[in-house]
Design a protein around this ligand. Sequence first.
Ligand SMILES: [Zn+2]
Length: 497
Amino acid sequence: MNLDKILFPGAKVAFYGRHSTDKQNMETQLQSAYNLAEKYNCEVVEEYLDPAISSRNKNREGLERLIKDAHFKKFESIIIYDHGRLARMPEEHDTFRMVMSALGIHVVESRTETLYNYGDVVISAIKDGIAKYELDKLRINTKNAIETLFNNGCWTGAKTPFGYEYNKIKEVINTISHELSLVKSIFSLYKKGEGFYSIAKKMPKGSYRGKDWDKYKVKHIILNPFYAGYNSIRRWDLSSSRKLNPREEWKMKKDEKIDAIISLEEWEYCWDLYTKKKAKEITPRKYYTSFLLKDILSCKHCGSFLKGKDQRSKGYGSRIYRCLSCNIRINSELLEEKVKELVKDFRKKNPNDKLLQSIVADIQTEISLHEDLLKSIQQDINNNKIKLQKYDFRINEEFKKETHNNELLKALVLGKEDIAKKIQQMSEEEKRLTKKIKFSKEISLYPENLKHEISIFENEQKVAHQDFRKLFLFMIHELRVNQVGELEITFNFNIAS
Ligand SMILES: [Zn+2]
């Protein structure tokens, strides 16, 4: 970022410095700061000074005052002399940097005339030579500081995402409609199964505020619940700007100031797609193969999937599917056309509303299966908890005796540990299932998301090659072929075929 965007004419800036016992040193710092302010026509509204004594929890009045005034927006930026100054002061100062980051107040180094980057606390902390154990403390402090801000509603959106801008004076979030229309198409492409990279390629050149899109920019859009009207903290791992924290660590909060462009349910649907892709449950290769029947078409004789092979380069003039063990070779174009016809025919007999009903029924069946399973797990947990109490009781009894049987005690304790472990495992399973059921009920059955699932069929005339691939994966339960190329097909939905 350019310094003149931060130190604009008339901007109110604060100076923060530590004064050492060496007066000369402080003069240098102040002089440097005032020179910088003058150069950019800014006004230094206040000096905040702390003595540079290494003892902790003392003489931090300057810093405390600075943070308090920052909340009251007494200034727009802070000038420090150099980052080495801040650096030798451990955790409080990193907290300070993160707080300023959250408040959208920039810190400028006057010595180098550069913006102090507080994006990566860990790297800067290492740079600053802070011991590893202090890093952990620092993380906790940072977390707490940001959380406090968040809960107090002070979160002003230091980094307002693409498509929005924060008006500091009116304290409102304005939308930028031409940017948001790009965001909308990004979400819609993502829902269609496209990856970050291919979406970035499809965006108009220079449409990311003058720059081209890349996969990380797209990723930041998709994974930001801001577009569903939610502020969030702790989404990104501070040690790496490209690593997300586990979802349990995020904190999301509805912000009425945000003019959301998608519903939370739709955003969760995208999030689910993302996690599935990451877990390789949906790989781009699964969708993007020139052989539409890869991993779908199996051999009627041996049950293995047929492999696609392109023989055109060898001059045979065709692409084939083959089962090596049964020596079956079938022309792929003919076969794929046949399957397309079968699927189209199935679709004709089953209009959208019927298909939709069937999808809903499938999801509901799955939900009730999961609910049964959940009940039995909960029953098991309770039974084991009773067992645990029995063990506890017997262990206590044994201890009460004047001379206790050590062998028996050992056995009891081991047995108790075993059961405790079991309970823990089952509780984890319980948590996982509960989450899954909640997801099915709230996200999978959400009308907009369901509509999206079948949107692929809506314009059959225009279905592209890759869309057929998705259609096949979605519709076909089993597809088998025999030696002479006769097909047997079953569909994923319990409707007339
Ligand atoms: Zn075979």
